[in-house]
Design a protein around this ligand. Structure first.
Ligand code: PGA
Length: 253
């Protein structure tokens, strides 16, 4: 049985003092012990230490939104995976569509990042998803299949089990227009089928999340959807009350 995973992607939001207040508030809203879902908050780099300290002594975990896949050296402005590890990050988001779009990240770079994260024992949350025009052309599965194959090509079967896949249709991100739970279930099934051979049939342990305009109002449907093991939450995760409500939806699954 896969443990649900609920991830907050704060994007470029929250100063360190704001993050500190958030952690206190979230801890007050969630039970002391993990009842079912694993909960991870991915703040900007500047608030990682604050969130780590704010969650100390609880089951809540801190993650990161990005890193640069070289070990160290002359890469002004970048942050390495070892730096994240030293701050107790257990997860890192990789291949988010905003990074592909605004920062020109290619499948090649993303594949490299996935490999480096796994090598360092940090779980990559690999985002895949189609645009609206790809969807209208009936290309959703083809596009996602291609993203999976190129971004995961450096991993061995046993390493693939350590990756979390987030299905995030681009047209649903930050638009208030989520996919349906049926769409999410269908894509979660497709993702497992696509990776079945590469993973020698061991896809049962691999978690697939849904992301894109998740809110407390629509999360119950996703939590019930077959093969959907959690959520990657952007906008709604900035409000501790909303994020806690989303986490609680997975406690009954
Ligand atoms: P959203 O973002 O929940 O604001 O749509 C999701 C994401 O980008 O991960």
């Amino acid at each position: 049985m896969r443990q649900p995973l609920v991830v907050a992607n704060w994007k470029m939001n929250m100063t360190s003092p704001e993050a500190s207040a958030y952690c206190q508030s979230l801890r007050g809203l969630l039970p002391d012990e993990a009842t079912r879902a694993e909960v991870v908050v991915c703040p900007p780099f500047t608030a990682i230490e604050t969130v780590r300290a704010g969650f100390a002594g609880s089951y809540l975990r801190v993650g990161a939104q990005n890193f640069y896949p070289a070990s160290k050296g002359a890469y002004t402005g970048e942050v390495s995976i070892a730096m994240l590890k030293a701050l107790d990050c257990s997860y890192v988001i990789v291949g988010h569509s905003e990074r592909r779009l605004h920062f020109g990240e290619t499948a090649e770079t993303i594949g490299n990042k996935v490999k480096v994260a796994v090598e360092h024992g940090i779980t990559p949350i690999l985002c895949v998803g189609e645009t609206m025009s790809e969807r209208s052309l009936g290309l959703t599965e083809k596009v996602i299949g291609q993203q999976l194959l190129t971004c995961l090509k450096h991993l061995r079967p046993a390493e693939l089990e350590k990756v979390v896949i987030a299905y995030e249709p681009l047209w649903a991100i930050g638009t208030g227009k989520s996919a349906t739970a049926e769409d999410a279930a269908q894509l979660a099934k497709y993702i497992r089928e696509k990776l079945y051979r590469l993973m020698n049939g061991n896809t049962d342990a691999m978690r697939v999340l849904y992301g894109g305009s998740v809110t407390p109002n629509n999360i119950a449907d996703f939590a019930r959807a077959d093969g959907v093991d959690g959520a990657l939450v952007g906008g709604a995760s900035l409000d501790p009350g909303k994020f806690a409500a989303i986490v609680r939806a997975f406690e009954v699954k």
